[in-house]
Design a binder for this molecule. Structure first.
Ligand SMILES: [Zn+2]
Length: 415
């Protein structure tokens, strides 16, 4: 029983057409025409593979392959939507892998004990509506109808309207919910979006936990002054204060927090932004992540302390607002073990690792046992037109996905 690289490549190439850019990248925003075209393709392939297709009120698409028993299914899949000017691998590899798993089972006429379902989550990327992993949040009841009306894209189109326009039924999202016990296990195969697997030459990663960010928007209020006539000791330079904070975040994440803590100041706006003016106001964003809540809390505490130190010492005002503070999610020991045993059987070189990025898998963990398989990202590049993973690696990951899925479909079936 073998995964076929050519078939994976064919599905990949077919999906890549939707939203393809001249520069080689892809823009397939949630519920855009390109996204809807990709969904239509996915549905068509699901039907060809004799899956029973079900699309919920939020557009989440599930294709079901019945098993010998009417037990909760093993679910595999990911997402088709992308960021603007994104790459072709983020999300897509999880779906082409899932389709190939079904194809191999069909070709070998295998009926698994438990059913298997493929899922495509709607609106995983936050690019269009400034909120991500919405499909899985709808499934676990974390999104209300009212929220659909409040979330809007840059043209003012609400998520509610976008859903209606796409032929879905936002009024009915409460009926899309999945409850604990309805799914036996969920595995998402995804690109790593970081450089570790390639650098350490592993075939795949097996994810143990998903780090969630704590984010702050920080406004530093100094005073804009003439850069020639204001002596150094009289200045309230917001940008030099910001520099201290930025280096401090790096130092704290690197040397004063947990082993896996990462801290980033990803943007900064300095005003007024002129060569001859001492910067009077700076806005910046801090993003701190860890898979260990205690380590993250400790890092965040140190950053807050640093902010008040800088404020006092430089006699300026620093306001900060917490934008998010989510809990890291630990994935299922049972599923991790199943994937790891299968990786050993297949002689794969694997790394047990955390995910620094959020995925639908973290919300699915509220209702079922969840695991993730990572495929090496060449150069660690993602959310970028240069995002690339080798199809041989995708095939290895798919082989692992197939083996682990088969094992899970056989578990706890005797009753
Ligand atoms: Zn993704």
């Amino acid at each position: 029983m073998k995964v076929n690289v050519k078939r994976l490549q064919r599905d990949f190439d077919n999906i890549a057409q939707f939203g393809q850019l001249a520069n080689g990248g892809v823009t397939r925003l949630a519920f855009s025409q390109a996204d809807l075209q990709a969904r239509t393709y996915l549905k068509q392939v699901m039907v060809e593979l004799k899956l029973e297709v079900y699309i919920d009120a939020f557009g989440n698409m599930r294709g079901r392959r019945e098993g010998q028993l009417s037990l909760p299914p093993v679910v595999i899949g990911s997402h088709l939507d992308t960021v603007p000017d994104g790459g072709h691998y983020d999300g897509v590899v999880g779906l082409i892998g899932a389709l190939e798993v079904i194809r191999v089972l069909n070709n070998n006429k295998i009926i698994t004990p438990r059913p298997i379902e493929i899922i495509n989550f709607s609106c995983e990327e936050s690019s269009r509506f400034r909120a991500g992993t919405l499909g899985s949040k709808v499934l676990i009841g974390k999104i209300t109808k009212e929220a659909l009306k409040q979330l809007a894209d840059k043209d003012g189109i609400s998520l509610y309207e976008a859903l209606e326009k796409s032929g879905f039924n936002p009024e009915d999202i409460d009926n899309s919910r999945i409850y604990p016990g309805e799914i036996f296990a969920f595995i998402e195969m995804h690109i790593e979006q970081g450089p570790v697997l390639e650098q350490e030459k592993h075939h795949v990663g097996i994810v143990t936990a998903i780090a969630a960010p704590t984010r702050y928007k920080v406004i530093i209020e100094g005073r804009a002054d003439h850069s020639g006539n204001t002596p150094m000791y009289m200045r309230k330079d917001a940008l030099t204060a910001a520099s201290e904070l930025i280096l401090g975040v790096e130092e704290i994440a690197k040397n004063q927090a947990g082993e896996k803590t990462v801290g980033t100041v990803g943007y900064i706006y300095a005003q007024p932004g002129a060569m001859n003016v001492v910067p009077g106001r700076v806005e910046l964003g801090i993003d701190i992540r860890d898979i260990n809540m205690e380590d993250k809390k400790s890092a965040v505490g140190k950053v807050i302390k640093l902010i008040s130190d800088i404020q006092e010492r430089r006699e300026i005002i620093i306001n900060y607002e917490q934008l998010s503070d989510e809990e890291p999610v630990v994935l299922s020991e049972k599923v991790i073990k199943t994937i790891e045993e299968e990786a050993k059987t297949q002689n794969l070189s694997y790394k047990i690792m955390p995910s620094g990025a959020g995925h639908d898998a973290m919300y699915m963990a509220n209702v079922t046992d969840v695991g993730m398989i990572f495929i090496p990202s060449i150069g660690g590049v993602s959310h970028n037109i240069n995002e690339y993973s080798r199809m041989e690696d995708v095939a290895k990951g798919t082989e692992l996905l197939l083996g682990a899925t088969l094992k899970l479909t056989q578990e706890e079936c005797d009753s």
